[in-house]
Design a protein around this ligand. Structure first.
Ligand SMILES: [Zn+2]
Length: 283
């Protein structure tokens, strides 16, 4: 809703244009600004709260955890735009944990603080450029290394352990792991973010030329033993598993900037959810 009002300032009349938005209006603007057609079958919808809620600010995040919701409240942002689910399954089906105290507490917190949680997953990936990929490439500083927009990169020479350590430092992560010879030289890197599944991983191994595949998640009986075996028979192949969060989170930082292009006059902040997993240590 657009409000125009006048103020008297040192005797001069000023017209002030102020814009207020409901959650529904923000979502409508997102639909208008993605470059793909909005699908009927999608997980991109409101997961909790009312579309009629007047929005005080937007927090974008990778995952709307309790910690993120509390940070959003402190920032006075009552629309949370999350890439991944809020209620622990892909469709945010509340039935699975209907009587569970964790889910109940989360729903109660959302209601008590007048929050709206909207998932933005399918269409941020389908828009051009893919907002998640664009944000991650920017965070890595790899914009000039990409070979023909294929998520294949030619980076300055490194070795497998060195690249894995670089990711750990960049994402401040304890849980980045690699498979393969730590000293193998790496220069061509393929990125497959998130949990794309083993078919995508094997398609890349069979059809593309790279030294190391970097993924969000990999099944421990699929790509991981495959790369272990490839290394064992003498092939120069490596795999780095970042974890889903670190492989995609920067995309929601990019999303905050993207929203600012068409939603002026509303605070928009990226709230990192960070990876909640820590590493056990050998004593
Ligand atoms: Zn994703």
């Amino acid at each position: 809703m657009k409000i125009i009002y006048t103020v008297l300032f040192f005797g001069i009349l000023f017209e002030v244009h102020s814009q207020t938005y409901t959650a529904k209006e923000v979502i409508e603007l997102i639909k208008q600004n993605v470059t793909c057609e909005w699908q009927d079958e999608t997980v991109d919808n409101i997961k909790a709260g009312s579309g009629d809620t007047k929005i005080t600010g937007i927090a974008t995040t990778f995952m709307a955890t309790m910690e993120v919701l509390k940070k959003a409240v402190i920032e006075n942002c009552n629309l949370i735009i999350t890439h991944e689910p809020t209620f622990y399954n892909h469709f945010d089906d509340l039935k699975m944990l209907e009587t569970d105290p964790v889910q109940k507490a989360k729903l109660a917190y959302i209601e008590a603080n007048n929050l709206v949680v909207f998932r933005f997953h399918d269409h941020i990936h389908r828009t051009s450029p893919d907002g998640i990929s664009a944000g991650v490439i920017k965070r890595l500083g790899w914009e000039s290394f990409e070979i023909a927009k294929s998520m294949l990169f030619e980076i300055p020479k490194n070795n497998l352990k060195g690249l894995s350590d670089d990711f750990a430092n960049l994402f401040n992560s304890e849980i980045i792991r690699y498979v393969g010879d730590p000293n193998m030289e790496v220069q061509k890197v393929k990125l497959i973010l998130g949990a794309a599944g083993s078919r995508a991983h094997f398609n890349a191994f069979m059809n593309e030329d790279f030294d190391v595949l970097v993924v969000g998640e990999a099944q421990e009986w699929e790509a991981i033993p495959y790369v272990a075996d490839a290394s064992n028979i003498g092939l120069q192949k490596g795999l780095i598993v970042l974890g889903h969060t670190d492989s995609e989170e920067a995309g929601m930082d990019y999303c905050a900037d993207w929203l600012k292009n068409f939603i002026p006059n509303l605070p928009i902040k990226f709230v990192p959810s960070n990876n909640p997993m820590k590493a056990g240590k050998v004593k």
